[in-house]
Design a binder for this molecule. Structure first.
Ligand code: ATP
Ligand code: MG
Length: 729
């Protein structure tokens, strides 16, 4: 773009914010008002005005995705690839800075960054050495305490009595000291250390700080409302030089308090940078008027906001109302979303302009399966596809061994997971037997126990317990079915406990995924049918490049926008999430509401919010109440569809007689997505069932989809038929 054309793409307020390049500036404005556009344009303006070289601008974004987008936007305006930029997330930038001065904090520049697993292991070692009873004081508790201190910029010697914790009888600071020493001995840093160390070294070394003051003439910060204290200190130190710092943010979109984000940083800005210019932007260029009105109406229920005006600034501002769709159950919800996506695609909407935003990752599963079933390509942003997640693969490995004891790969994956003392030596003995006798590993394990080939008593006991476990779990199958088997196995094997004890931030999500896995199994007639299904799903891989629907969590969607946004699972306990409300009360609820606000404001043209009256949780149908947020949306800007009832006529899949007396529910083909009443008795065919057809004779059902059955006939081969043409045999 030549000359100052790029400025013409801004409204007067935005333009003022871009052109006021010198001095501190805070842009405080609602969603979609062009804050990020201001920031990227400002970046380009600084360069084009010759105010600084690209490497003299420090630009902080919140996600890698946002960083990439910013790099592209700057490159587009410059007309050439933008290289050598100090542009990235807080973590990435801090790591880069720390590598340059690692020795100042007692590390080498090639230090390793520990992940949560390593961090926990190290903490446990430190606690053992200090003879702390980790049963009474789980290591995860210590991890949280230390994390909080790091988020607040506190080195061990800076923890004041007021900030101290009563963890382990007041020994937390002592453990913190020991942990930091261990990290240094290992030449390692955890994530919290990255910024903490940088702040410490900048405070202690005036010359290094001065160097950065010379280097960074301009500082740009996006999503400022989500910075924590240590991030804030870092910015303030760096900005003391030129005072050319521009932060953009929206207090209504602050959604990371659980990671130490402090909204007060916005208020502090004016104090620390007296004379700062505050710019407010009020025109939203992203969404249609009803979407904005719905989001604004919702967020108005929060107290303690800074308050802002937001009005539609698009030319085609009027549009469809926000849909609230009530569904019978989560299966139909996924179907409804799938149908609307197909319809939008037919009408010419690009799949990359469609997103499904969920409160928690486990909710993705039903949408993934639905999209696979109807052949719509999708990508999971910021996470793995459901069946590719480590915890799901682990659990599946257990199930595979139950179904198929000769599955060596699966056996090997879980034999020492959780750790049960079956290390390399024990494995080597089993492998030797397996090879010598040409038998599967699981059989070799049994043989090793008989013959005493495994010398270590602890390993022997552990292996024997595991093998007995498999016998027991296998025996559950024919009696109580695969869902009970799965629940029992996950508990008795210690696998669930392993994640319960893990207090890394990912652990609760993993536990939710495991529950979701068990729920998914209940949809299948047998363990074999389920394993088969997963094998097929896994095969259905990311083949083609090209347009895809995005699936992600609401947290991951911050700063992004799509033409069409689906917001499923608006049910009490799911969204607002029970955990947040239990742990943080009204504050937690308000943060959930901000998250809802973030979600709705991602949509340009179409927002579809849905809730299901019934959701399968850990193999049981639970009836769900609609989210209170639904009632907080202004009635004039929403349109309600669907009429789900609140009670299931069938009850739980565990109801009555045999566990699986009730076959998996069939979905009725409701016209489009309008929920009609579910007929009391759904159709009655299940996978694996023997059927008879007038013309083709006897066969077995391979797959059931709606009213269509795939059947392998004994004589006539495979056919796809409508279910009313066959009968049970
Ligand atoms: P969020 O709070 O969600 O991060 P934001 O304030 O950063 O939103 P942007 O993403 O910068 O908003 O802008 C929202 C949309 O509006 C983008 O598609 C952007 O290109 C467009 N936009 C911003 N300013 C203008 C303008 N002056 N004229 C037309 N479109 C604009
Ligand atoms: Mg933005």
């Amino acid at each position: 773009m030549s000359g100052a054309d790029y400025l013409a793409r801004l409204n007067p307020e935005q333009r003022a914010a871009v052109e006021a390049v010198d001095g501190p500036l805070l842009v405080l404005a609602g969603a979609g008002t062009g804050k990020t556009r201001v920031l990227t344009t400002r970046f380009a303006h600084i360069l084009l005005q010759g105010k600084a070289y690209p490497s003299q601008v420090l630009a902080v974004t919140f996600t890698n995705k946002a960083a990439r987008e910013m790099r592209e936007r700057v490159a587009a305006i410059l007309g050439q690839p933008a290289e050598g930029l100090w542009l990235g997330t807080f973590h990435a930038l801090a790591a880069r800075m720390l590598r340059r001065h690692a020795e100042q904090v007692g590390l080498n520049s090639n230090f390793t960054i520990l992940d949560a697993d390593d961090q926990m292991r190290l903490l446990k070692q430190v606690m053992d050495a200090a003879r702390i009873d980790t049963k009474r004081w789980p290591a995860n508790g210590l991890m949280a305490v230390i994390q909080r201190w790091k988020d607040r910029g506190l080195e061990p010697n800076a923890v004041t009595p007021a900030e101290d914790s009563d963890y382990a009888g007041g020994r937390a600071t002592e453990l913190y000291v020991a942990y930091q020493d261990r990290l240094k001995a290992l030449n390692a840093a955890d994530f919290g250390d990255l910024l903490l160390h940088v702040v410490t070294l900048l405070r202690a070394n005036a010359d290094i700080l001065a160097d950065y003051h010379r280097r960074f003439r301009y500082i740009l910060v996006d999503e400022y409302q989500d910075t924590n204290l240590v991030q804030y200190y870092w910015l303030r130190l760096l900005a003391q030089g030129h005072r050319n710092i521009c932060c953009v943010g929206d207090d209504d979109q602050s959604i990371y308090s659980w990671r130490g984000a402090e909204i007060e940083n916005i208020l502090r800005f004016e104090k620390d940078f007296p004379g700062a210019t505050i710019v407010r932007l009020e025109s939203n260029y992203r969404s249609t008027r009803p979407i904005l009105a719905a989001a604004s109406g919702l967020i108005a229920h929060n107290t303690g906001r800074l308050g802002k005006t937001l009005r539609a600034g698009r030319n085609d501002a009027d549009g469809d109302k926000v849909r609230i769709v009530s569904m019978w159950d989560s299966v139909e919800e996924a179907r409804m979303v799938g149908e609307r996506i197909e319809a939008a695609r037919r009408a010419g909407t690009s799949l990359s302009e469609i997103a499904i935003l969920v409160r928690a990752g486990f909710l993705n599963r039903s949408f993934e399966e639905r999209l696979i079933a109807i052949g719509v390509p999708y990508r999971i942003v910021g996470g793995a596809r459901f069946y590719e997640r480590a915890e799901i693969r682990d659990a599946m490995a257990y199930f595979r061994v139950v179904a198929q004891p000769a599955d060596d790969l699966a056996f090997e994956r879980i034999v020492n997971l959780p750790k049960r003392g079956l290390g390399d030596t024990a494995m080597a003995s089993m492998h030797a037997i397996a090879r010598a006798e040409s038998i599967p590993l699981a059989m070799a394990a049994a043989r090793a126990l008989e013959t005493g080939a495994i010398k270590n008593a602890r390993a022997r006991a552990a292996l024997s317990e595991l093998m007995q476990g498999f016998d027991r779990w296998r025996a559950i199958l024919p009696v109580q079915g695969h869902v009970v088997m799965a629940q029992t196995l996950l508990d008795e094997s210690g696998y669930t406990a392993m994640w319960q004890q893990d207090k890394s931030p990912e652990a609760p999500g993993r536990l939710e995924n495991l529950k979701e896995l068990v729920s998914a199994m209940a949809d299948y007639e047998s363990l074999a049918a389920f394993l088969e299904h997963v094998a097929l799903v896994m095969e259905n891989d990311e083949a083609a490049e090209g347009e895809r629907v995005s699936l992600m969590t609401l947290h991951g969607a911050k700063g992004l926008e799509f033409d069409m946004v689906f917001l499923p699972g608006w049910e009490e306990g799911v969204f607002p999430s029970r955990r947040s409300v239990d742990e943080a009360g009204d504050k937690g609820l308000e943060e959930e509401r901000r998250l809802a606000y973030v979600g709705i404001t991602r949509a340009r043209r179409v927002a579809v919010i849905s809730h299901a009256a019934n959701r399968m949780v850990y193999g049981n149908w639970q009836s769900q109440l609609p989210s209170r947020f639904l009632d907080e949306l202004p009635a004039s800007d929403v349109q309600r569809e669907g009429a789900a009832q609140q009670a299931r006529p069938q009850g739980s899949v565990f109801a009555g007689g045999g566990m699986f007396a009730q076959r998996p529910r069939r979905m009725i083909e409701a016209a489009a997505w309008e929920v009609k009443e579910r007929p009391a008795a759904a159709s009655v065919f299940i996978v694996g069932e023997r059927v008879f057809h007038q013309k083709f004779g006897y066969g077995r059902v391979l797959a059931v989809e709606e009213d269509r059955l795939d059947i392998a006939f004994e004589k006539a081969g495979e056919k796809r038929l409508l279910d009313r043409f066959v009968e049970k045999s």
